[in-house]
Ligand binder design. Structure first.
Ligand code: DCP
Ligand code: MG
Length: 439
């Protein structure tokens, strides 16, 4: 059964959703190499590269689940998902300590691609074009893009490239919770994404919200954003309306075609947070970080908020927020600080300004309660875990899993869930804690 599989070092269940995959494991030197190969394939993005990338990731994911450090090729014999290419890589690392293919891959091109795709909104296609133009640094890309739109982007680039700390996520959750509870008492709020899986750093802050009473969540997000905007903490963002309809439980081809995750109402944006909140150690009542996975985290130092709450609610005429307005504030502050400067300030100078806040990417997602626990699994991830559990559901059970629900294609019915555990039960899987989903 599952239990003996977990203990037997030579056999692992085929799917990652059938085994625990934690952030800390025994085989980092192998998984690092395999994930560089994955990364490289994703950045190249030629024909077949995406399937190669996934093959590297699946192999890496198997090694992360091994309950011991790999010391000989014979230990791989009974493991699935490790193809010949991956075996060659592993063997070389076992014999020489490193893999020459991986070393060679980390060339100039790769480094430039990594740098350029780290810019918010820049994918591999644009990055490739920039390299063809002969650019190799952020500075060169900045000099090549000086329109006002781009000046704004560059001003926040270094902020967004500084990893978000767990404390910052908790701080934002606390601010959002306060406003959310005022508008809609009984609201449920959960940090999801990497932080819920036990990561101490991330690239953004994901917060999923719902209300146990059916329909209460409708119109809530616009009202919440209005209040956050009035607090002066929003730099920019985009509110996406829900595009969900019940047939999406069975048909999600449109969804994957656009690379879209789901059809929930959501806001993807950038919020200002006080710089001090990542410096002050957060008090953690339980002494562990992992407890944010299962309950609401209350052990947070409260940090004085820079602006007062003057929110007046006008939920109906919601407008997307204007980044340029916030940028103009930044520029005028810069001019005051550099009194007498005639020249326009460079994005670098703006970014390094003496200011008491830092820009952070935040995703706010609203789910109806009857989809919430599926949304929670989907938004907790990670991405590879989602791929794996969805493939498992389809191939092994003939069921369609998404962040909106689970649909039995044979019985033609949806399977509701009132907890995350029930999601796993419906899928005939042993429950995995969020920190065991780091595939
Ligand atoms: N997700 C997904 N597919 C995507 C994007 C997201 O399945 N294309 C899911 C899985 C992620 C979760 O949503 O874990 C949150 O997305 P993020 O991109 O924020 O990923 P993480 O929070 O896991 O990583 P990071 O720490 O970099 O924010
Ligand atoms: Mg995230």
């Amino acid at each position: 059964g599952n239990d003996s599989n977990r203990r037997n070092p030579f056999i692992l269940p085929e799917y990652a959703c059938q085994r625990a995959t934690c952030l800390k494991h025994y085989n980092h030197k192998f998984t690092r190499a395999l994930e560089i190969l994955q990364n490289h394939a994703e950045l190249r993005d030629n024909e077949h590269d995406s399937s190669r990338a996934l093959a590297f990731r699946r192999a890496s994911c198997v090694l992360k689940s091994l309950p011991f450090p790999l010391t000989s090729m014979s230990q791989l014999k009974k493991l699935t998902n490790i193809g010949d290419h991956c075996k060659r890589v592993i063997q070389e690392i076992l014999e020489d300590g490193e893999c020459s293919e991986v070393t060679k891959l980390q060339d100039d091109w790769f480094h430039k691609m990594v740098v350029f795709t780290s810019i918010f909104g820049i994918g591999s296609a644009t990055a490739k074009k920039w390299i063809e133009k002969g650019w190799s640094t952020i500075k060169e890309a900045q000099e090549g893009h000086i329109s006002s739109d781009w000046r704004v982007k560059w001003a926040f680039h270094s902020d967004l490239n500084t990893p978000v700390k767990l404390q910052e996520a908790q701080y934002i959750q606390q601010i959002v919770r306060k406003e959310a509870e005022t508008i809609l008492p009984g609201i449920i709020l959960q940090i999801t994404g990497g932080f819920r899986r036990g990561k101490e750093e991330g690239h953004d802050i994901d917060i999923l919200m719902t209300h146990p009473e059916d329909g209460k969540e409708v119109g809530f997000l616009a009202r919440l954003l209005h209040r956050l905007q009035n607090k002066g903490i929003i730099l920019c963002g985009n509110l996406e309306k829900s595009t969900y309809s019940d047939d999406m439980l069975t048909l999600d081809s449109k969804l994957s075609a656009k690379g879209q995750l789901d059809h929930f109402e959501k806001w993807l944006g950038i919020i200002k947070i006080p710089q001090s909140c990542s410096e002050t150690p957060a008090r953690d009542d339980s002494g562990s970080l992992s407890n944010i996975g299962s309950c609401d985290h209350k052990g947070i130092n409260s940090v004085a908020h820079p602006t007062s709450n003057t929110a007046s609610e006008q939920p109906l005429n919601y407008q997307p927020f204007n980044l340029h307005e916030s940028f103009e504030d930044l520029e005028s502050k810069a001019k005051k600080q550099k009194l007498g400067t005639e020249n326009e300030l460079s994005p670098m100078e703006l970014a390094k300004l003496d200011r008491n806040w830092i820009a952070r990417r935040v995703d706010l997602i609203v789910s109806p309660y009857n989809q919430y626990f599926y949304a929670l699994v989907g938004w907790t991830g990670n991405k590879q875990f989602n791929r794996d559990i969805r493939t498992y559901a389809q191939k092994e059970l003939g069921m369609k899993l998404s962040s909106h629900g689970l649909y039995d294609l044979n019985k033609n019915c949806a399977l509701p869930a009132r907890s995350e555990k029930e999601v796993f039960e419906n899928l005939k899987l042993q429950y995995l804690e969020p920190w065991e989903r780091n595939c």
